[in-house]
Design a protein around this ligand. Sequence first.
Ligand code: HEM
Length: 183
Amino acid sequence: MGVISEKIVEVISKYTGLSPMWFMIMVGLTIISYKIVSGMFVAVNDYKAVEKMKEIFEEDMRREVVELGQLTEEQLKEYDGSDPKKPLLMAIKGNIYDVSRGRIFYGPGGSYAMFAGRDATRALALMSFDPQDLTANTDGLSESELDVLQDWELKFQEKYPKVGVLGGQPQLQEEVVETKKAV
Ligand code: HEM
């Protein structure tokens, strides 16, 4: 044994009263206990996160689909999932769909969360994640890109209820409420 190891063994037995073997066993047990206990905390956090997600999904199922009439781009942004009490909305070609049942895709943290609260027409046509393509502008799109867009539109029409249209001037809050009541 080298001088350094001998010194370490000497220090260990002087301060802990343990032989090197027992010292290693105690260190090992401490590490294992720490892993188990911290593992339990991670599990609790995961559990809480799952419960929270479950609540949000249940709220989505309970909430009635509300016709919102005409919304401005600014108003649409309020439905981007940051408020879990509100439905998730997304627009294609100016038509707004309630995509709440696709929260796994469009909710916060979802692969396509960037589309929530936006008109994703150009992004879908181009299969692009560039934020600049989050627009209803179809200028300069090719035939095949317009075909891709058409496929997406059909998919959304089949899967999600249409709840409004984009455009116009910002509506007064009362007018929006009126529209809701009327439907
Ligand atoms: C690496 C490439 C990609 C892969 C592997 C991929 C994979 C997937 C998968 C597995 C789904 C779920 C399908 C389902 O169960 O209905 C999905 C959905 C979707 N993908 Fe992709 N994707 C890719 C690229 C893209 C791109 C570039 C876009 C658009 C810019 C896009 C837009 C979407 C949308 C909007 C949905 C959700 C459709 C819905 O609401 O049901 N994906 N993708």
